[in-house]
Write a protein that binds this ligand. Structure first.
Ligand SMILES: Cc1ncc(COP(=O)(O)O)c(C=O)c1O
Length: 398
């Protein structure tokens, strides 16, 4: 990977001399993605699926072409399995609220989840008075598969689990989880918000039922996410919102919804954003996800080697086995928000602090009552970013 060349693709890095170490929150956007969106706004800005005129046809074609790019990227069988949402959170809410719940059903999730993969299920638990089971992890955030096997039953309607923890960067053995869940007749939702941008996913190989991810974490614009729903299940999931673009016919007192994708995409979708995502996927593929993963692993190894030597630092997540791009820690006795602010003031470092929307894991499992500091990397980070970060940490401790 030619990092020097890659960095030139990201105007924000050059303009502000940023040391951006917060890509797990959101990523930066390269010029070609920005240019593609500007092309839409300047040349064929119009609504899709509505206009008979030329620019609307062009916008529709670009939008649908992008859907196929997403389909290929996650290896879905049909483009109609790709549903455009606002973000991962919306996708999880669509599924949680779209399932036809019975009172004997239960839901399984884990103690590793982001709040977006907790709260929708907590609400369903209260609304329908059904059981929510949480699979435990050990003190390093490794999922306890035995606990999962003990908790799953024929009454489990859905297992909803992250593919890659946003706190530790640990890859979860989801294939094993999916197989066990399917043996018990349960559906599986994969939260790919952190995995899809860094290691990709193959929904066909995994045979998962639902997948969500957020395009803004993979060099694309904000305001767009993807929900994959297996074709066979689309009929039984009710859409969260309905309206224009989702109906086959309407009369004064009745309506009939369209089937498949259209049913879930009522209203004007994020057109420029999906067209931007198409470019972002092509950009990431041209660099190679495996190269990006190797690069991130090398950067994180350097951080880990340095921080793990320092007795004033508490690292979370154990060793680096099966971990990608993320490291969370605390300097003993220092509030993580103070540390993040100080790093920003001294060296323009952008880094996340607090509970990272994963309060159960950070507070209960890691026992970090003020939260943590999280460093996260992506393709545009270089060794200099890491060196400056480590130098700052060492000076602050001194
Ligand atoms: C693992 C995980 N799931 C879900 C989300 C929610 O993503 P979004 O805010 O794009 O909906 C995030 C965001 O950080 C995440 O890291």
């Amino acid at each position: 990977m030619n990092i020097k060349k890659i960095r030139k693709d990201f105007p924000i890095l050059n303009k502000n001399k940023l040391i951006y170490l917060d890509s797990a929150a959101t990523s930066l956007t390269p010029n070609n993605v920005l240019n593609k969106m500007v092309e839409y706004y300047k040349e064929y800005r119009s609504n899709i699926n509505r206009g008979m005129y030329e620019i609307s046809q062009k916008a529709t074609a670009e939008y649908e072409k992008a859907r196929i790019t997403v389909q290929d990227f996650i290896n879905a069988k049909h483009s109609s399995e790709i549903i455009v949402t606002k973000n991962s959170t919306e996708g999880i809410n669509i599924i949680a609220n779209g399932i036809n719940w019975n009172k004997e059903d239960n839901i399984i999730t884990t103690s590793l989840e982001h709040h977006s993969n907790y709260l929708p299920w907590l609400r369903i638990k209260d609304q329908y008075n059904i059981d929510l089971k949480i699979v435990n992890s050990d003190n390093n955030g490794n999922l306890d598969i035995n606990d999962f096997e003990n908790k799953i039953s024929k009454h489990t309607k859905i297992v909803s689990i992250t593919h890659l923890s946003n706190v530790t960067g640990k890859v979860i053995p989801i294939k094993e989880i999916i197989n066990i869940a399917h043996d018990n007749g349960a559906m599986v939702m994969i939260d790919g918000a952190q995995s899809v941008p860094h290691i990709g996913i193959d929904v066909n190989d995994l045979n998962c039922d639902f997948l969500v991810f957020s395009a803004h974490k993979m060099c694309s614009p904000t305001g767009i996410g993807i929900l994959f729903i297996k074709k066979e299940l689309q009929e039984e999931i009710s859409p969260l919102i309905i309206g224009g673009g989702a109906v086959k016919w309407v009369n004064n007192y009745n309506y009939k919804l369209l089937t498949n994708t259209n049913k879930f995409e009522a209203g004007t979708p994020p057109i420029a954003q999906l067209i931007g995502l198409d470019k972002a996927i092509k950009y990431l593929k041209s660099i190679g996800l495996q190269n990006i993963e190797n690069h991130e692993k090398a950067l994180i190894q350097k951080v880990y080697n340095n921080l793990s030597q320092n007795k004033n630092i508490e690292l979370y997540g154990g060793d680096l086995k099966n971990r990608i791009g993320i490291i969370s820690f605390n300097i003993k006795g220092v509030n993580p928000h103070d540390l993040a602010l100080s790093l920003n003031i001294s060296s323009n470092i952008c880094i996340r602090s607090g509970f990272l929307c994963a309060e159960p894991l950070i507070r209960n499992t890691f026992n970090a009552s003020n939260g943590v500091i999280r460093l996260s990397t992506y393709l545009y980070n270089n060794e200099r970013d890491i060196d400056i970060f480590l130098k700052n940490i060492s000076e602050l401790i001194n």
